[in-house]
Design a protein around this ligand. Structure first.
Ligand code: SF4
Length: 341
């Protein structure tokens, strides 16, 4: 199949049926994953602080410095959460937080070193996100490259793509004007990939953005992947609207399925497309019939939970949702770090 142009992709968004998209995306998935399995990891997103000065209008999680319910987790609190994850068979912890004005790179070095000492390779640490890493570098008055090198020396191997939301400058200004331009985001990812870190690509839909904005977002990801090959996977989820300044409603599961199928077709150079159980709940595994081949079972994500997402605590229940779609779930280890071109 020839590569999708932007124009053809817009046309797919506007004129194709869900059935057609399911068929096309399933064929595309088979090029990468020629069997009837769906891989998964049990994971936890630990929000190590809720203090943030980024002021994203879609966020229900953050608190301003000095707010009475602002927090920074201690190492012992973080260990308790990760211990519980390991007991539940989890292998991946995302360490995220806000743009904290006082936590410098040393704070993260100390934390990641302590986590590696305690857990070795039993867990993989994902985080901070690339936008948080840019913030940490700036507030520590060092370059992003130096910041990432120091975090790598402390045991960090992965930088997730959170903070992408919609990669157009127009939508970034509307949603989170302090969270860096498209060029800064992509350059940051490129820097992490060139240093040999694993990275993930993400997208969040449902803010009211037009299809053209989604396609521009996908184009930035595909172009960087052509250049570096550094993305291991693509994960897309839907904006959760409760308790946010932006408000509004949550886009439909049909829109989610349509967009995940088109993402699989457009991103022909990213091998793993992951379904969001976190935001789609029992309908999440349906994405496995629309081009996704992998999913997380999350134990916690404060950021989306405070905005309305519901965690399913029964792992077997999630696996049964997958089996009900005719697929065999297979627990995996964290993906290998892609070799950068
Ligand atoms: S989404 Fe992240 S960066 Fe934006 S306000 Fe919330 S915590 Fe801060």
């Amino acid at each position: 199949m020839s590569r999708l142009s932007d124009k053809a992709t817009i046309n797919l968004f506007k004129n194709s049926s869900l059935e057609e998209l399911s068929q096309l995306a399933s064929e595309a998935k088979l090029q990468h994953h020629p069997d009837n399995t769906a891989s998964y990891v049990i994971m936890r997103i630990v929000s190590l602080t809720n203090v943030c000065v980024a002021d994203c209008v879609y966020c229900a999680f953050y608190r301003r410095p000095g707010d009475k319910d602002a927090y920074v987790l201690t190492q012992d609190q973080i260990f308790a959460k990760v211990d519980q994850l390991v007991e539940r068979g989890g292998s991946m912890v995302a360490m995220e937080g806000g743009f904290h004005p006082k936590l410098k790179v040393e704070h993260y070095e100390t934390l990641f070193r302590a986590m590696r000492e305690r857990y070795g390779d039993r867990i993989e640490i994902y985080g901070p996100t690339i936008v948080e890493a840019i913030w940490i570098a700036k507030s520590s008055k060092i370059s992003l490259e130096d910041c990432l090198k120091r975090l790598m020396a402390a045991g960090l191997r992965w930088i997730p793509g959170g903070g992408a939301e919609i990669l157009t400058d127009e939508w970034r200004k509307k949603l989170s004007p302090k969270k860096y331009s498209v060029a800064e985001y992509i350059n940051g990812m490129r820097t992490a990939q060139r240093l040999g870190m694993g990275t993930t690509a993400t997208m969040v839909i449902g803010f009211g953005e037009p299809y053209e904005a989604r396609v521009e977002h996908l184009r930035h990801l595909r172009n960087l992947q052509d250049e570096t090959g550094g993305f291991a996977s693509f994960l897309m989820w839907t904006y959760q609207s409760q308790n946010t300044a932006l408000g509004g409603s949550v886009t439909s599961n049909d829109d989610y399925l349509r967009t995940i199928a088109i993402s699989r077709l457009y991103l022909d150079n990213i091998p793993h497309v992951r379904a969001s159980i976190l935001t789609q709940h029992e309908k999440g595994p349906e994405a496995l019939l629309y081009g996704a081949n992998d999913f997380d079972i999350p134990l916690e994500d404060q950021v989306t939970q405070l905005a309305g997402a519901t965690i399913e605590n029964n792992t077997d229940q999630v696996l049964n949702w997958v089996r009900a779609r005719g697929l065999t779930p297979v627990m995996r280890q964290p993906f290998p770090i892609p070799a950068c071109k």
